[in-house]
Design a protein around this ligand. Structure first.
Ligand code: NBP
Length: 481
């Protein structure tokens, strides 16, 4: 059904910078007629000039014209700068929309903002979707991984279109309904948190091999080889490409002339902030966010470089092949821990907000298109699909893999530490592994200390109840009523 004779577009894209432009082309390449609107007209004109012949586009010069060009219910994808850009775009559209229309925010919004926006638009009879889109500009054009959160009713209208343009893994779309309101953006946030950890581990693997004397070419070869096995993933694949790149002006490896201060846009920080609020230990993700932060603190680093000494010991492996295998094990095992922590956060967030997220479906839609796509995800999907796992680490094939990897993993952490090479990600991952498998943790002493200075009480292993020791009196124990 059309709202006017000119309403010919099945989907509309607002915001035609790199992501929106490529997503619009992706829809067009799949045979959909795409309405286009951008605040600054020049971007719309550029897209039509460069790619207008790729498919059916309906460029609009005003919001009114854009809305009028869409079939009902209108399906509008916002690909604008997250935050103020999203709110401004929604506000400009609202007066022209009608009940049942669907507005999708495909930007990297904070899920809490998405919850607020969803409630606001729902009150007006509209479906609002917070949709995580991963894959960068290439993915937006050729098939991203898509994580939609919103109403099931709205998904029936927008889902098939999103599934159509998503990446495919063995023919299956990397897009599935995640849950209501903020669920999609929450999952995208955690995806990005895992991405931070993945990249930190890769950087540490590179650093350890470099400290052991391998040149950049040899390290690149190791990554290329790893990409043919269990570590097969987009990030491992592009690591060898980045390492192979030679700087035209100096003739050095490009990685050696790039300033060693890592940037961040905030989704890693959000992941950690939410994990703290939900009480979920995502140690490896937190270490990765902090490692980027340390790298950017140039004043702190300059002061430390001038004053802090390292060990006399250097990293001199007896056998390079063994070291490379150890680093591979450290990389694989640490990556598993990061996934376990991230998926635990998703499971907990889902319970907290009543989203009912299927973790197996999340792993399924991450298998292709997104930045963290990896061979490991199919195993994770099948393990979650097989049973209700309390943690990924409880899955038999995963625990077995970690047991096999642990000797190399531990050697890398120990040898790197002895040689003064920082491995915060690897060390954090192995500590988490040892913490969660430990029969008894020293938290008992922490409880004793808390009771000593603050009468915070403790529980006993042998008797039910809450207890306090009269530390400043006769040190007898009392049971709380
Ligand atoms: P940007 O994040 O750079 O945003 C540029 C777009 O936002 C332009 O179309 C611009 O319009 C529009 N915009 C701004 Br800025 N303020 C606006 C306002 N007040 N009202 C209306 N439009 C406004 O673009 P991008 O890199 O293509 O990313 C788009 C979204 O996708 C972002 O939320 C981003 O976080 C997310 N994302 C990006 C990537 C990536 O790899 N780049 C990956 C995944 C998700 P103008 O032309 O008039 O200035």
């Amino acid at each position: 059904m059309s709202s006017s004779p000119t309403a010919t577009a099945q989907v509309g894209v607002v915001g035609l910078a790199v992501m929106g432009r490529n997503l619009a082309r992706n829809f067009a390449n799949h045979g959909h007629t795409v309405a286009l609107y951008n605040r600054t007209q020049a971007r719309t004109d550029d897209l039509i000039a460069a790619h207008g012949s790729d498919g059916n586009f309906v460029p609009a010069t005003s919001v009114e014209e854009f809305v009028a060009s869409l079939e009902r219910p209108r399906r509008i994808i916002l690909m604008v700068q997250a935050g103020a850009g999203t709110d401004a775009s929604i506000d400009s559209l609202l007066p022209h929309l009608e009940e049942g229309d669907i507005v999708v925010d495909g930007g990297n919004a904070n899920y809490e903002d998405t919850r607020v926006r969803e409630e606001k638009l729902r009150a007006r009879g509209l479906h609002f979707f917070g949709v995580g889109i991963s894959g960068g500009e290439e993915g937006a054009l050729n098939g991203p991984s898509i994580m939609p959160g919103g109403s099931k009713e709205g998904y029936a209208q927008i889902g098939p279109l999103l599934e159509d343009i998503s990446a495919k893994y063995e023919g299956e779309p990397c897009c599935a309904y995640i849950g209501p309101d903020g669920a999609g953006h929450f999952v995208k946030m955690v995806h990005n948190g895992i991405e931070y950890a993945d990249m930190q581990f890769i950087a540490e693997a590179y650093d350890v091999l470099k400290a052991a004397g391998l040149d950049t070419k040899a390290i690149s070869d190791a990554f290329r080889e790893w990409n043919t096995g269990d570590l097969d993933s987009f990030l491992i694949e592009i690591t060898s490409e980045v390492l192979d790149q030679v700087d035209a002006s100096t003739g050095k490896a490009l990685v050696d002339v790039i300033k060693d201060a890592a940037g961040q846009k905030g989704t890693g920080r959000w992941t950690v902030q939410n994990a703290l609020e939900l009480g979920v230990p995502v140690n490896t993700i937190a270490e990765s966010v902090f490692a980027r932060s340390v790298s950017g603190h140039t004043d702190l680093r300059a002061a430390a470089q001038a004053n802090l000494s390292g060990p006399d010991q250097t990293f001199t492996p007896d056998d390079v092949a063994t070291l490379i295998e150890d680093v591979r094990q450290a990389l694989w095992a640490s990556k598993v821990i990061a996934y376990a922590q991230g998926l635990d956060l998703i499971r907990t967030g889902s319970l907290q907000y009543g989203w009912d997220i299927d973790v197996a479906e999340v792993a399924k839609i991450w298998r292709a298109g997104c930045i963290i796509r990896a061979r490991l995800l199919e195993r994770i999907r099948s393990e979650y699909a097989a049973g209700n796992l309390p943690t990924l680490l409880a899955a038999p094939s995963i625990s077995e893999g970690l047991a096999n990897a642990q000797s190399g993993w531990r050697r890398v952490v120990a040898d790197a530490t002895l040689a003064g090479v920082p491995v915060p990600g690897f060390a954090s991952a192995v500590s988490y592994y040892d913490s969660v498998r430990a029969e008894r943790l020293p938290a008992s002493l922490i409880q004793g200390l808390r009771d000593f200075f603050g009468a915070h009480t403790y529980q006993r292993v042998d008797v039910e109840g809450t207890f306090h020791t009269e530390w400043s009196a006769d040190r007898s124990e009392t049971k709380e009523a």
